[in-house]
Design a protein around this ligand. Structure first.
Ligand SMILES: Cc1ncc(C[n+]2csc(CCOP(=O)(O)OP(=O)(O)O)c2C)c(N)n1
Ligand SMILES: CC(=O)[C@@H](O)[C@H](O)COP(=O)(O)O
Ligand SMILES: [Mg+2]
Length: 642
């Protein structure tokens, strides 16, 4: 840490020689491996942007100049160079450093969410604001990955940026050829062609660098060689899609050749128009386990052995893997089943399906809206598409669910992974909104499996629906142990039964929490019935009959409280004139900070003890309100929350 410990802010980089910067880059890579191996995080992406980030902070004057990071998972080096090395001890931990830019942490940070393909829109907006403020001296720089460039919003922004040659924006394309897996599509092919062209330029680069490293005597020849070479290169450069849009284009540049990146950025600064600087980098560079990993080059890791890269903890059978296995089994019997991912095949459990049914698997890039709308096309073609997507990323495709799937009454199944509180990735990664956003979709049917048997059953039920969109939702992490039902009535699974006590309606994996809470309530003399409605949208009518036989109702869901399943139950009871007191338990804070899922569930009051408190409380209210026979005791009851 000879050099790194002297870097407290970007200005400290200015006096370093390129040789020192090379040594600093090595120190930064060692720092990243040491820390991220312990905390988990986006190791591969950050190892790939060390030199690029050093060059950016040497060529631009952050925070006066705005450095924007698309997705933001690759901003660890930016955080190291802006005085936050100490925070990495608690990266992504409750109260610790966020895994993404955070304005609360630093004035150097701007975009806080982790949703891809949006940085260029901010750049366009900031450039317009700068123009209106007459502050022509401020540079706006957006770093966008090749994956993020496959997202629709990025193209919308490019169109707008290219419309104004007098509004300079520096667009740094961080092209490592991958999202998680290799980036797909025509744009990826175009970038690859540009990279290939650049490879023929490499010998000249080596000569130039040798002159540069020879120090002052070599400097003059270097600049002459470089200027000549650059002129030839520009003259022979292949046409680029960016140039066809009207954007200046510089590159491709070796994103690990810091002097070359600096040259390109300095040229970009001086152009005074929107310009793309195409940097070619390698995800995971400098850490052999990441370099050798061909799944995703350690895109996102949990705690690992820093020597070997081997995970220190394994999670057992995950919901994603279980879903992938079940879908492959169903697809063997149903040739109409096809699967779609938005650049996350392994994360959503589709790797095995893709290998087994390559012609029935589609990776559309980071393009969730297109994923859903193209599913409409596939369904109109007689197929049953399954779109596997994280809940938080499905948010941007709600219009397509409404207008392309529901309006046309198409049999498409959405498999919503990472539904509910996820934790480490902060407020923009929790899957809190799917229940509230999808319940109002006409005709859509949504299930929340509680364990493997219900996942298997509800997936097959969904695949059997050909005239309406269906959806399944499950959380991040390991599949819960099986929870058998005592009986099924009207589609509702009864998991625990009492007569005349409190009815607890548990959504999906909250069934385990509700059953544990029921045990606590029994010990306090409050009888409960726990049910799992399985299909939560539309609500089974059977819930009304069950509620009519109980003195109070409590609903429990791992999703936003407002507009969720509990709200629908409340409305259904009111419409039926059932006046039993109700407690709706869910997540009240839509943007909880990062932490573990367990910490966030506890803060949301979604633990067995908290649920038991709510049940005892509403029981007290029910019996106080004149229910026939008061419970043996409502000890521990807290006054009802208003
Ligand atoms: C809208 C959206 N969909 C999916 C993701 C999940 N995701 C996080 S990083 C990533 C890949 C990004 O690839 P790229 O932009 O090339 O950056 P790199 O990791 O290669 O540096 C994806 C798909 C996301 N953050 N946002
Ligand atoms: C940056 C991003 O959007 C993902 O890489 C995110 O970190 C998802 O992590 P999990 O796949 O571990 O839930
Ligand atoms: Mg990439």
């Amino acid at each position: 840490m000879a050099l790194l410990e002297h870097i407290g802010e970007p200005a400290d980089l200015r006096g370093l020689s390129h040789a020192q910067l090379g040594a600093l880059a090595d120190e930064i890579r060692g720092f990243l491996v040491r820390h991220v191996a312990r905390t988990g995080g986006h190791l591969g992406p950050n190892l790939g942007v060390v030199e690029l980030t050093l060059a950016l902070h040497r060529c631009f004057d952050s925070p006066r100049d705005a450095l924007l990071w698309d997705v933001g998972h690759q901003a660890y080096v930016h955080k190291i160079l802006t005085g936050r090395t100490a925070g990495f001890a608690r990266l992504r931990q409750r109260g610790g450093l966020s895994g993404y830019p955070s304005r609360a942490e630093s004035a150097h940070d701007h975009i806080e969410h982790s949703h891809a393909s949006m940085a260029l829109s901010y750049a366009d907006g900031m450039a317009k604001a700068r123009q209106l403020a007459g502050d022509g001296g401020r540079h706006i720089v957006a770093v966008v990955g090749d994956g993020a460039l496959t997202g629709g919003p990025a193209w919308e922004a490019l169109n707008s940026i290219a419309a104004a040659p007098d509004r300079p924006v520096v667009i740094v394309v961080n092209d490592n050829g991958r999202s998680y897996a290799p980036t797909v599509g025509g744009l990826a092919r175009h970038l690859s062609a540009l990279r290939t062209h650049a490879r023929h330029e490499r010998p000249a680069d080596l000569g130039r660098r040798a002159l540069d490293e020879a120090g002052a005597p070599g400097r003059r020849p270097h600049r002459a060689v470089h200027a000549t070479r650059q002129g030839i290169k520009d003259a022979l450069a292949p046409r680029t899609f960016f140039a066809d849009l009207g954007l200046a284009y510089l590159g491709p540049v070796d994103g690990h050749d810091l002097p070359a990146v600096e040259d390109a950025l300095e040229r970009a600064k001086g152009l005074g128009c929107p310009v793309v600087v195409h940097c070619v980098t390698r995800k995971g560079l400098g850490y052999r386990p990441a370099e050798d990993d061909d799944t995703d080059h350690f895109h996102g890791v949990g705690a690992i052995d820093p020597r070997t890269g081997v995970p220190l903890r394994t999670s057992g059978l995950t919901w994603s893997a279980a879903f992938g296995h079940e879908l492959s089994a169903a697809a063997a019997e149903s040739p109409e089943v096809v699967a779609i991912t938005a650049a996350m095949p392994d994360s959503v459990g589709l790797t095995a399906f893709a290998a087994r049914y390559p012609s029935r698997f589609f990776d559309v890039g980071i393009a969730e809206q297109h994923a859903v709308a193209s599913a409409a096309g596939l369904a109109m073609g007689g197929l049953h598409p399954v779109v596997a997507v994280y809940g938080t990323f499905l948010n941007r495709a709600v219009d397509q669910v409404l207008m392309d799937l529901a309006l046309h009454r198409l049999g498409v199944t959405l498999v919503i992974d990472r539904a509910g509180l996820t934790g480490d990735d902060g407020p923009s990664h929790n899957g809190l909104w799917d229940l509230a956003l999808l319940q109002p979709v006409p005709g859509l049917r949504l299930a929340a499996p509680r364990d493997l048997p219900t996942l298997r059953e509800e997936l097959r039920e969904a695949l059997g629906v050909a005239d309406a969109p269906t959806a399944l939702r499950f959380p991040r992490g390991a599949v819960a142990p099986d929870i058998p039902a005592l009986r099924r009535t009207g589609g509702v699974d009864v998991l625990r039964e009492s007569h005349g006590g409190v009815l607890v309606v548990a959504v999906g994996v909250m069934a385990r929490t509700a059953l544990d809470a029921a045990e606590l309530c029994a010990a306090r003399g409050v009888p409960t019935t726990v049910v799992d409605p399985r299909w939560v949208t539309p609500l089974p009518a059977e819930l009304l009959r069950l509620a009519g036989g109980h003195r109070a109702v409590v609903t429990v869901e791992d999703g936003l409280r407002s507009g969720g399943v509990g709200t629908a139950v409340l409305q259904q009871l009111a419409d039926a004139g059932i006046t039993a007191p109700v407690r709706v338990l869910g997540v009240r804070d839509g943007f909880p900070g990062h932490g573990t899922r367990a910490e966030l569930l506890a803060e949301a009051g979604l633990t067995p003890e908290a649920v038991a408190q709510a049940v005892v409380s509403v029981a007290g209210e029910a019996w106080t309100a004149g229910a026939a026979d008061p419970p043996p005791t409502t000890r521990g009851a807290t006054p009802p929350a208003r």
